[in-house]
Ligand binder design. Structure first.
Ligand code: ATP
Ligand code: MG
Length: 429
């Protein structure tokens, strides 16, 4: 039994082969049925003629609809007219699972394809995206393994917010209120006292009501936390990580990127170091491109889209005003009105894929910031504890993995980067 991709080889020409998959295209022309067969590795033309397969198999091929699963054996031939230059002349055609009236036909609406995601995953576009996504996860883990990190797991049921109350999903919890985690950061900070360098890959949940190209309510979050390092070192780690993943995709998924019509040169041209820009300068740049921004404005999807349109490299935005960032970011000792943080903006209009920075490690400073933000210290008691028993300087980040796939694959909307996207309206399939 051969995988379809392996058939594209001179060594099989005029030889017997056997392969299996699903019917991607079907066409009858006189006494011959032309089938394009698909498996996880590719597509190939199969010709079924009554003379070669006999009446029974021919009738099977005739009745098999689009997406039927089949096993074919026959002779591999060169044929310049066939896609890829090879075809299989069937000698035996076995219908394994019939498929009648496959609901997805040409030119269906986006909503329909989302309703049919369980079947649309078989499309060549989704298959390509899923392969790229798999490479991204693989090289992400590979990066941390190479750099000596421990992988850890934090709970998904939590009792308080990390990123602000408005996007918390509340769930009933045995007569109490619990929430789905927005970020594992606080838990990750607890691990550094034993493991020093840790990371996790897990879903995060945010009740995002805004409709943007980049927000889901459930997304895959890679978070890392590292003891004894500051913001600059953290950014260097992230650069290496993103480059490692980019290299991995460029090495393993050229075919998929081409199928998705991604301009590959834009990815190939990216080199280290990434750009670094002060928040204050980003605001100036935003004004130059016509945005209504002031120092102190937060940057959302629309603003970052306009700002990064002409960027060719990922760009770190550093030194945000402390008022627009969560309380745990460490104010810069040189200028305490800004924090030692960074957002990493992907180029070509994609915008934020990472948020990170140095955490406050001094107990009094943390309590002060909690007070300033009018938060209740009791809600953060165990987090505050970490500053009482051998606190150390440390930094971390959160990477939206779906956003990384969205940018690398050059997709229009994040919903295409995820097999089963979740947003305000969508919970099925
Ligand atoms: P945004 O400003 O886009 O809402 P954020 O600043 O709230 O994002 P962080 O809290 O910094 O996001 O989360 C870390 C990373 O997680 C982000 O850089 C992004 O890549 C990803 N992320 C955050 N929210 C979402 C979401 N709703 N859907 C997909 N990815 C997300
Ligand atoms: Mg952020």
């Amino acid at each position: 039994m051969q995988k379809i991709k392996d058939l594209f080889s001179e060594k099989f020409v005029d030889n017997e082969i056997e392969t299996r998959g699903w019917i991607y295209r079907w066409r009858e022309s006189g006494k011959i049925i032309f089938i394009i067969l698909r498996d996880s590795t590719g597509i190939i033309q199969v010709t079924v003629s009554k003379d070669m397969v006999g009446e029974e198999d021919f009738n099977s091929a005739k009745s098999a609809g689009i997406e039927s699963s089949v096993i074919v054996s026959g002779i591999l031939k060169r044929d310049e007219r066939a896609p890829g230059g090879f075809e299989v002349l069937a000698k035996k055609f076995v219908l394994v699972g019939k498929s009648l009236n496959f609901p997805i036909t040409k030119d269906k609406s986006d909503e329909f394809l989302l309703d049919m995601r369980h079947l649309w995953l078989r499309s060549r576009e989704m298959t390509a995206i899923l392969k790229i996504r798999s490479t991204v996860f693989e090289f992400l883990h590979d990066f941390f393994k190479r750099e000596g990190y421990y992988e850890v797991q934090a709970p998904m049921f939590v009792s308080s917010a990390v990123e602000g109350g408005s996007t918390l999903f509340e769930v009933p919890y045995f007569g109490r209120k619990a929430y789905l985690t927005q970020s594992s950061q606080f838990y990750l900070e607890t691990f550094i006292f034993s493991l020093e360098n840790v990371y996790t890959v897990a879903p995060s949940f945010r009740a995002e009501k805004s409709r943007t190209r980049r927000h889901l309510t459930e997304f895959w979050h890679c978070e890392a936390e590292v003891a004894w390092i500051g913001n600059d070192e953290m950014m260097k780690i992230e650069e290496r990580m993103i480059m490692h993943i980019l290299d991995g995709v460029l090495k393993n998924n050229k075919e998929e990127l081409i199928l998705l019509k991604r301009d590959i040169s834009k990815l190939e041209d990216i080199t280290l170091p990434f750009n670094r820009m002060e928040y204050a300068d980003i605001i100036k740049l935003g004004k130059d491109v016509g945005l209504d921004l002031d120092y102190g404005s937060d940057l959302g999807a629309d603003e970052e889209y306009a700002i990064t349109q002409k960027f060719e490299k990922p760009t770190f935005v550093i030194h945000f005003p402390k008022e627009i960032k969560p309380f745990y970011h460490r104010p810069d000792p040189q200028n305490p009105s800004v924090v030692l943080n960074h957002d990493l903006l992907a180029p070509e209009g994609y915008g934020e894929i990472i948020g990170g920075g140095e955490r406050i490690f001094d107990l009094d400073e943390l309590l002060q910031r909690i007070k300033e933000e009018r938060l209740n210290p009791e809600d953060y008691s165990w987090y505050i504890d970490l500053r009482k028993y051998g606190s150390v300087p440390h930094s971390g980040f959160g990477l939206g993995i779906d956003r990384l796939v969205w940018w690398i694959a050059g997709l229009e909307h994040i919903k295409y980067a995820v097999p089963y996207p979740r947003n305000v309206r969508r919970l099925v399939p």
